[in-house]
Design a binder for this molecule. Structure first.
Ligand SMILES: NC(=O)c1ccc[n+]([C@@H]2O[C@H](COP(=O)([O-])OP(=O)(O)OC[C@H]3O[C@@H](n4cnc5c(N)ncnc54)[C@H](OP(=O)(O)O)[C@@H]3O)[C@@H](O)[C@H]2O)c1
Length: 247
């Protein structure tokens, strides 16, 4: 059987960075892409979309594991999970935030990547090709910012999850390569939300407004190309935490 295919699962593939990565991957010959998001917009050829809510990640992880288990491992030269979906809650102090919104941010941004990683690694254990897990992190996982506590916590969690995963996968035969990568700043709905926050509740709002007015934001397509180049590096996974801006 041919092993020419590359399989990539991208969470949050309906818009923004995830959509751009899914489209770039699907345009390459031999790539099969599965996108996971609540909305499932019409997908170009090569992208399969599941309309799933990652705020309820247990059934999605179970479905992913079963689906991977139904595939023929020898068919794939590589299998990659990109944990990209995340959300920012309304920027404001923790004490003023809606408990349900805080809970959803952590479930989508951290619990889902953890469960999807576990399902992916379990289902692809023993697969002969290259196995990779990429968490999309943020500079805010590496420093704090007032009124974005849930996001900072989620991204710091992904970074430290990657550190632990790198250590344990190194002990496995054909262990997965794992990295938690900051993708730069990107002109997506997430930035719109940050710029549109209540200035009285978000001391750093001007920095986000200036990045937009100063033309500092990457387009989703440009950011996706940088992230995918990083993913293709021969040393991918040798540093558990990275930033495309240092590449
Ligand atoms: N934009 C930036 O400047 C920036 C900077 C650093 C890091 N990042 C990171 O880059 C990644 C992509 O961000 P982005 O800017 O592209 O964000 P975005 O435009 O807001 O897109 C977020 C994606 O996540 C999905 N998502 C959100 N809630 C979900 C849920 N409950 N279930 C399933 N999917 C859900 C959305 O799909 P649905 O709404 O269809 O569910 C969407 O596809 C995120 O991890 C973000 O933290 C972004």
């Amino acid at each position: 059987m041919s092993s020419a295919q590359h399989l990539t699962i991208v969470s949050g593939a309906s818009r923004g960075l995830g959509r751009a990565m899914a489209e770039l991957l699907a345009a390459q010959p031999g790539h099969r892409v599965l996108g996971l998001s609540r909305q499932a917009p019409p997908a170009p050829a090569g992208i399969e979309q599941w309309a799933v809510d990652l705020a309820d990640p247990l059934p999605v992880a179970a479905r992913l594991q079963a689906w991977l288990g139904s595939l023929a491992p020898d068919q794939f030269a590589s299998a990659t999970l990109i944990n990209n979906a995340a959300l920012v809650t309304e920027p404001q102090p923790l004490a003023d935030s809606e408990p349900a919104a805080l809970s959803a941010a952590v479930r989508v941004g951290l619990e889902a990547p953890l469960l999807l990683s576990a399902a992916f690694l379990r289902a692809t254990r023993g697969w002969p090709g290259v196995r990779r897990v990429l968490h999309i992190s943020s500079g805010l996982g590496r420093r704090g910012m007032a009124s974005t506590g849930p996001y900072c916590a989620v991204k710091a969690g992904l970074d430290n999850l990657a550190r632990a995963q790198v250590l344990e996968e190194a002990l496995q035969p054909n262990g997965a390569k794992v990295c938690s990568l900051a993708p730069g700043v990107i002109d997506t709905d997430m930035q719109v939300q940050l710029r549109g926050a209540n200035p009285a509740a978000f001391p750093d709002i001007e920095a986000f407004q200036q990045m937009k007015s100063g033309g500092k934001l990457d387009t989703p397509a440009a950011a996706a190309a940088k992230v995918l180049r990083y993913l293709q590096r021969a040393d991918f996974g040798s540093h558990p935490v990275g930033d495309v801006r240092d590449a």
